[in-house]
Design a binder for this molecule. Structure first.
Ligand code: SAH
Length: 344
């Protein structure tokens, strides 16, 4: 069946049934921006063609197969099936103050193979197309209607390395920002990357207002290669150079993600090295706790007091730091735990 995203099919239907283009526009507006349900959105069409339209054109592309709500915090894990029969995961994150964010996947599996991340162990790796990416958001909105919420922030931090699927992620971001589709503010969509310098520069050129997150995790090249094999291709000086160039171009806010692994990258000397590496860059540092995964039993999370001491050291040296506490751990929906239904 065709979907609302198949513009040629929608146009063909419109001509055949002589539908007023404004009515279709309103349908899209109600569904993507107004957060209306599918059946409410279909009501924008006149009665006689409504039924035919429902038969010919669906509003979604993925099939929602499971919804798992956290018992301990505001996270919900969603599992979808693609037309190619693959499982895609996304996570809804509800902030206590009312904001709703969504963490979307850009691939099934991930070729970056970071040792600490469950997605890196999933094979084969497949790219999602732009519609499979944005439909995760549309369908989350459908569920959130019941709570009077809508997705406000979208982070590309689910499965996959967004810059390994750059074209489709770029298309998806354009649809999210486009007023005819989701109309989300560019400031509220963020890509997170293992750090691919040339793609980072392209991205910040295309989306100058969108923040970018870089998964740094250590500034020791050898250690980084052992945790993130992809670091061999993109050495730390190149990464720093890209950040510097983005900063000079006045581009988006840069977020440094630093996963704290007990006894591996969490000493105060390593905090000082991080300060030196970031010196002169306008960045914000996010310290993230490690969420244990079955595939890496040797890795442990840095205990909270040491995480706080690490953060305090960075602050003393002038960095702005947020110490994060993961949501969704009980349902295997936290950072690094998404593995297409196989983990947790
Ligand atoms: N591929 C992208 C986006 C996906 S992961 C990237 O690497 O940035 C989003 C964040 O979760 C990254 O910073 C990643 O390093 C982190 N992460 C991965 N595994 C984790 C784990 N087990 N515990 C906590 N964070 C993890």
């Amino acid at each position: 069946m065709n979907t609302i995203y198949d513009l040629a099919a929608v146009e063909q239907f419109r001509r055949q049934y002589r539908v007023d283009p404004h009515q279709l526009k309103r349908l899209r507006y109600q569904y993507f921006r107004g957060g209306r349900s599918q059946s409410q959105a279909y009501r924008e069409l006149p009665e006689p063609v409504r039924w035919a339209f429902r038969q010919a054109i669906s509003l979604d592309r993925l099939k929602l197969t499971r919804r798992i709500d956290s018992a301990t915090d505001g996270a919900t894990r969603l599992l979808f099936r693609t037309p190619g029969q693959q499982t895609v995961e996304s996570v809804i994150l509800r902030a206590p103050e009312g904001r709703t964010s969504m963490c979307v996947s850009s691939q099934v599996g991930c070729a970056a193979r970071c040792t600490f991340c469950a997605s890196g162990y999933v094979r084969p790796v497949t790219d999602l197309d732009a519609i499979e990416i944005v439909d995760q958001v549309a369908q989350a909105n459908q569920l959130l209607i019941a709570e009077n919420r809508r997705v406000r922030n979208v982070v590309f931090m689910g499965m996959g390395e967004p810059f390994h699927n750059e074209n489709q992620v770029t298309r998806a971001a354009r649809m999210l920002h486009n007023d005819d589709w989701f109309g989300l503010s560019a400031r509220r969509t963020m890509v997170s990357t293992v750090g691919i310098p040339e793609a980072m520069l392209r991205w910040s050129g295309s989306f100058p207002r969108s923040p970018l997150a870089i998964s740094l995790h250590t500034v020791d090249q050898r250690l980084r290669e052992s945790l993130m094999p992809i670091a061999q291709r993109y050495p730390l000086p190149l990464l720093r150079d890209a950040m510097q160039r983005m900063a000079v171009a006045g581009s988006p806010s840069l977020l440094i993600e630093y996963l704290l692994l007990r006894g591996i990258n969490d000493s105060l000397a390593q905090a000082d090295a991080l300060v030196r590496y970031l010196d002169g860059l306008p960045v914000h540092v996010n310290l993230i706790p490690y969420n244990p995964i079955a595939a890496a039993p040797h890795l442990r999370s840095t205990p909270r007091p040491q995480r706080e001491a690490f953060g305090a050291r960075l602050r003393e040296r002038g960095l702005t730091v947020t110490i994060r506490y993961s949501q969704g751990r009980d349902i295997a929906a936290a950072c690094g735990q998404l593995a297409a239904g196989t983990a947790g």
